[in-house]
Ligand binder design. Sequence first.
Ligand code: SAM
Length: 330
Amino acid sequence: MIDPFGRRISYLRVSVTDRCDLRCVYCMAEDMTFLPKREVLTLEELDRLCGAFIGLGVEKIRLTGGEPLVRRGVIGLIRNLGQRIGAGGLKELTITTNGTQLPKMADDLYAAGVRRINVSLDTLDPAMFKAVTRWGEIGQTLDGIFAAKAAGLAVKINAVALKGVNEGEYDRMLAWCGEHGFDLTLIETMPLGEITGDRMDQYLPLSMVRDRLREHWTLEPTDYRTGGPARYFTVKETGRRIGFITPMTHNFCESCNRVRLTCTGTLYMCLGQEDAADLRQVLRDPGAGDEGLRAAIEAAMLRKPKGHDFVIERREARPAVARHMSVTGG
Ligand code: SAM
């Protein structure tokens, strides 16, 4: 699939549920209204849709959410997708998770063919963790991370950079990741969905963070890529990598290779734009069949925009995009 700007689309991110067992302050409002079940695609429908994308050239699928591992029966979908790795056309199946379910699921994920996962952890401080997630217990996520490591999964830690919250944590987190063999990616907070408070208060440009880290660490540029938007450096002192995802300070849209499917079958061609294609309607139309589904996906690719234009400014009362990250899938 090639979009109008000549970019090859080979990466599908699938939000399998909008529900989550945490309420991170930058991601969700405290009193979220979740989708009624009837609007959510069944796991069989999600599997069929993923199959259609793989048939059209998608090589990498990331399951996300909400929290993907809280969806009942999700391991069945993961197993089915895992069977498509290799000769089935898929090169990689990965998951972004908050880690709470990993103590009981890590071995199953490995057995299903998952080899790498991203775990979101914004701080190593238990009280700060509770404040950021609104009610999470850090011990549960840490147990999940170590269960994943023990199961043989490569773990990358994702942390959203939050001004005045975790900005004093990155040196410690980099050292901790080095000690345990994890890469670390820092993410700029993006203006997605209404949250409590002002995003401007949270926004921390990563160019500044990188300069500060360089006071204590040697960051060597590398052309390592995982197929996502992060730019990586090798940390000489630990031998691990640190990645920076900078949608705000550096617009990375020129190399975008991804589209995002929500759990209702809505396909967003860009995280930062409102335009979307309703694939659920085609999926549930008995007259459309697999051909109709393929045609709908191909037509959507022709609407992929050049890029997003996120701005975080105090005078911007509303977020750039109304939907929360938990809807589109981070
Ligand atoms: N529940 C899973 C998790 O915690 O990783 C998957 C979904 S979560 C929405 C995916 C990622 O998006 C997390 O790393 C989260 O920190 C990030 N995220 C959520 N809202 C964001 C925002 N407004 N700006 C930047 N990153 C955000």
